[in-house]
Design a protein. Structure first.
Length: 161
């Protein structure tokens, strides 16, 4: 039962990510080249951080030198990667029990500085990090006259009802 809030946060993240990618996919070619590039940078950053912390949870090296890709992926590659990593997080949290959520994970930030977080803290970070940057993407869309996707917990609860 302790993993339920984490599972719900991951479900909300996955739903919100899908919504953002849907809106961006319909409007990317309507953005200026500068805005489209900025949007891809934001999406890449969210995705890269998701991958980095996925690797931390698995205890595997991730190979990233920064919280972004060395070469900016296409929108299509980012969308496919997002779907895969969001599904992975949903499966991962569903398999965890309360003891695992409290288990510490030692890793190094991309700066090389050592760190330790509990598995539950990593899941919370991934969810909150994505929320913050989906807000950046939504603000850019709004500034350019496009309606952003719905992204709040209450929106998700209404959608899920």
């Amino acid at each position: 039962m302790a993993q339920q809030p984490y599972a719900q946060l991951i479900d909300i993240k996955r739903w919100a990510d899908h919504g953002l990618y849907d809106v961006v996919g319909r409007n990317l070619d309507r953005l200026s080249p500068e805005d489209a590039s900025l949007m891809l940078l934001v999406l890449d950053h969210i995705h890269t951080v998701d991958l980095i912390f996925q690797h931390h949870l698995l205890g595997r090296p991730h190979g990233f030198k920064a919280a972004r890709s060395e070469a900016l992926p296409t929108f299509e590659a980012l969308a496919e990667g997002m779907r895969k990593v969001d599904d992975w997080y949903a499966d991962y949290v569903a398999a965890l029990g309360p003891p695992e959520l409290e288990e510490p994970v030692d890793f190094a930030f991309t700066s090389g500085k050592p760190a330790r977080m509990r598995r539950g803290e990593i899941l919370l970070h991934v969810c909150m990090h994505g929320t913050y940057h989906r807000g950046n993407a939504g603000a850019l869309l709004q500034l350019r006259g496009f309606a952003p996707s719905r992204d709040s917990v209450t929106d998700f609860l209404e959608y899920a009802a």
